[in-house]
Ligand binder design. Sequence first.
Ligand code: F6R
Length: 248
Amino acid sequence: MAVKLMVCKDKGEVARKAADIIAEQIKAKADSVIGLATGSTPEGTYAELAKKNKVGGISFKKVRTFNLDEYLGIDCEHDQSYRYFMNDRLFNHVDIRMWNTHVLNGMAADPGLECLAFEQKILAEGGVDVWLLGIGNNGHIAFNEPGSAPNSRTRIVKLTESTIKANSDGRFFKNPLEVPHHALSAGIGTICEARRIILLATGANKAAAIKAAVEGPMTMDCPASLLQNHADVTFILDEDAVGKLSRK
Ligand code: F6R
């Protein structure tokens, strides 16, 4: 199965296209199960979804969500926790029921059990309809760093130096020493069970990872390339992230 590509002129259009796909999903099935990501890339999509909700275009009242990952050892009140990010960028601005939003708890007494419970909750909700992803400069998806197995499940993972550096460039943590070295992350196997996957990438710094993911071999060296096997995966890219892709 080839990755489908949607090329946009800029990151604003990427955000609108992604929000349209999620909105259509929610319109077709009010109690959709939506997988979400954090990071800079989906912020515009969340703003677009909040706008649509405000004008009554869509309602999140029955929607259930699952987030990809959370830092280990960071409290949900911490302003760099992914729970805080999701509340701040999306959940506080739409009519979602907080109890229907699932973000792994980085302070769980038993993180292994937390990961298992997360997988079970996804199953209990009937699986994910659409999972929205970003991509790391090193090709990671969620916190599945290079070397992650295609059948990996939600688990404790170690972050690479490149991810720690990328997440402490001032957008999020101010200093690499503040970035936790471990996280809880949905696995590649977990993500690939979603019925549909949308991966967003903007900016020239993502072009090499996108080329490897779309046109390279399927390899654990580039976790996003493992999505090539999925039956319904679309990459929504701006011109800069498209870079030198030969297949546009
Ligand atoms: C976040 C996540 C990560 C990011 C990736 C890109 O939940 O799972 O894989 O999607 O690190 O981050 P940004 O969008 O900040 O470039």
